[in-house]
Each structure stands twice: as C-alpha cells, then as structure tokens.
Design a protein around this ligand. Sequence first.
Ligand code: AMP
Ligand code: MG
Length: 472
Amino acid sequence: MTLHIPFDNTYARLPDGFYTKLGPTPVRAPELIAFNHDLAEALGIEGTADPRLAKVFAGNAIPDGAEPLAQLYAGHQFGQFNPQLGDGRALLLGEVVGTDGIRRDIQLKGSGRTPYSRSGDGRAWLGPVLREYVVSEAMHALDVPTTRALAAVRTGEEVIRERPMPGAVLTRVAASHIRVGTFQIFAARRDGAALQALYDYTVARHYPDAKDPADLLQQVINRQAALVAQWMSFGFIHGVMNTDNCTLSGETIDYGPCAFMDSYDPETVYSSIDRFGRYGYAAQADIIVWNMAQLATALIPLMPDPEAAVEAFTAQVHAMPDLIRAEWERRFAAKIGITTPRPEDKTLIAELLTRMQQGQADFTNTFRALADGTARDQFLDPAAFDSWAEGWQARIADEPDPQALMRQVNPCVIPRNHRIEQMIEAAVAGDDQTFHRLMDVLARPFDDLPDAQDLRRPPEPAEVVQATFCGT
Ligand code: AMP
Ligand code: MG
C-alpha cells in the first residue's frame, strides 16, 4: 500500500508574505533511522510500510497533498531583536487533522537551504536530530505539551560542523509553528493587515473562544506559565528561550541545547552559548514573563486604544509570576506527596531544595526515592535530609496516599545528558540500538523497570556533560 498523508493545509492559504513556497533539496542516500508508528496512526497516516518512507521523510519525494513552504518569523535572540529569521533549515509540508480532531503541522527539519538560511547550510547533523527525537518524545511521555518526532532519516551526506558529521533530517509534528516571533515580525513591519490575519488564524486554530487580543494574551500566558512550571518540576532546562522558540500553542519547541539537570542547582546552565545564564534552570520562570511581554507588545497594534491596551497588557504580564508560582507550588507539592498545597508548604518545599543543593542530591532520583523511603541516601549528609523529613512526615500524614501520588509525578527515568551523548556517539558509529533502547525505556518514564536501572544512574564524574550545543 502506498503512503497516504491526509493533508489539509491552511497556513498555505494565508497571504504570500507569511512564507516562501519551495521544495526540499534532495539528499544522496536516505535511510530511515526511526519512524513513530503510533504517532503516524494518530495522525491518520496510512501505508507506512511503503518503501518510499525514507525518501519522503528525507525530502526526496513530495507526498501527495503537501505544499512545502518556509515560514517567516522574527525574534529576540538572547534579548536582541532580529527583525527577520524564518525557517532557514526547515519546511512545513502541510497539516493533518488527527483522529483526535486536532490540526497539526508536519515539518521537515534539515531539508536544505531556504531564502531565510542566511549563512547556514540548511542542514542538520545526526546528533541534534536524534537528541530532539529522544527528548521531545520523552517529554511527551512525561505528559509535557511538546512538539513530537515522526521520523528521523540519515541523508548519506556529510555536513560540515567543527568537523564533517553525518547528515540527517527530522520530521517534527507540532500543534502549529506559530511563535511569538511570528507576531513580532508583522508588528515590527507595522503591517496591520498581516498582524490581523495572523491573529485571526491563531484564534481560530488554538483559542477559538478568545474574545479579543487581551484574552488571547491571557490564554497564552496561562499555558506558558503552566508549561514552564512543569519543565521545572522535571529539572528540564530548555536552554534557548528566544521569542522565536516560544509557541502560541503552549507546546515546548526547539530542542537545541536543552538538558535535564542531574544534581540539583537552580543556577544550572548547560548551553555553550548562554554565557550569562539568561536561560538557566531557575531563570526560566523570569524569561517566560519577558517573552510574554514581547508578545503583548506585538499585539498592541491590534487594539483600538493602544494607550489603554498598554496599561491592561502590562497588568496581565505583571500578574504572570503569581500564576507561575501557583503552578510551581502545585507541581512541587505533588512531588512530595501533597495533593492540595497549603501556604506553609512553600517553606517545606524550599527547605528540601536547599538541602538538595547543599547535599548535591540528584534531582530526579531524590524525588522518586521519597516514595521508596530511600531519599536520605541521595544526600552527601543524610542527616540533613532526616531533619527535613520529620516535618515532612508529619505533613503527609494527612494525605490519602502520598506514595502513589509521588510515583505518579516523579519519573524514574529522564533522558540524562550523558546517555544522550553516548547514544549520539553510537549512532555516529552506525549503531542505532542505543537510540532504540533509550526510546523504549523513556516511553514509560514512571515505571521502575528492572532492566533499565542503568539509565537511572547519574553520570560518573568522567561522564558529566559540561556543555550542550545548539541544534545546528
Ligand atoms: P534555532 O537556534 O534553532 O532556533 O535557529 C535560529 C535561526 O537560525 C532559525 O531561523 C533557523 O532556521 C536558523 N538556522 C539554524 N541552523 C541553521 C542551518 N544549519 N542552516 C540555515 N539556517 C539555520
Ligand atoms: Mg528556533
């Protein structure tokens, strides 16, 4: 049976200035590394046994109904406004409406140069492709809103980075690729008609009940507040929260230098280009507010009375930290077995985190061990944990089943940096088994699988990954 993707495209119907229509650049020798059959089924894709699969997801064959295009956007990168970015190495093939009724984009990443490539080659190498595949699917399994991975293909070509690396193409699936930076480009150009068209499109696609731009802003703020609090509850560091990497849908997007923290330190930064820790672990709660302020600014021209709108939007943005705090408290309370947080639980959580930092406790393993009664072993000074645990035990005595709750929200396995690095090294050497095993285990992160204990172990000193790199 031949491959059938039930495309139903809407972005391609937006005005010309939103994108450039062009096809992918074929590669020498497409070879499928991974295909997400469950996701394909949920998207209504049929005929996935088709031998053309590798060709289609390498960009060598355009499937029926696809209308490939590179999207235009702008964005603040590390606080600096770049008035024109756009898909420099990605192409939207089109959209499908899944069996759940939700419309999603199917995008090739690493598919060749576009008018927005600037000095880039439009390609991706195997490392970032597999990193995004693993981490985005792991985030999905953790129930974090995220883009997903449908396919990864080797190109049979080399791409030149610090040295020649094997090339690859990722197929990404997203609720949409509308970014804060998509609003910013039309606002910066003072193109009111385009801004209005983008607003109407975004409301129809993601927030059908939004009454006006203020309401849209609020709903995006709500989703982003919940998202960042959830990231933090898993020790996740996005690493490059530029406004072009911040979606209107509320999904996590762009897994470049992202990383999960091993031992707990709120100042943790992995990204090699984040020299001032702008996007460090704890800073994420501040930066998302800054990003929402940029969205608010871009929405102002849509308002009939811009001056009044500035005041109203400012108040909405200023209220965001409280929303994040509330989400954070709810998530972290659950992590210590508390269903409904009380005001004094904040202190209980903060005191545990302080002791974890001082005791160099592993973030993931400590929380999981709380349920198993072995958390004290995670601390350099177990007595420091004991002194905290007294008050904690007294508090959770009121809870119906704290152990079950903790096992529900505290994963056993996360994609640890050193495991990702090892997986990439193996794949570069031609061994994909490490990748497939990681994927199998990460699909069930809350299950304590007896044969996956090695993936729970924090890195040995020699294995610690010091820096992660952008996904180029
Ligand atoms: P990112 O850091 O992945 O969010 O990308 C920022 C911008 O750089 C986007 O416009 C990308 O399309 C562009 N870009 C990143 N890598 C490449 C590449 N290899 N070739 C062309 N453009 C790229
Ligand atoms: Mg990006």
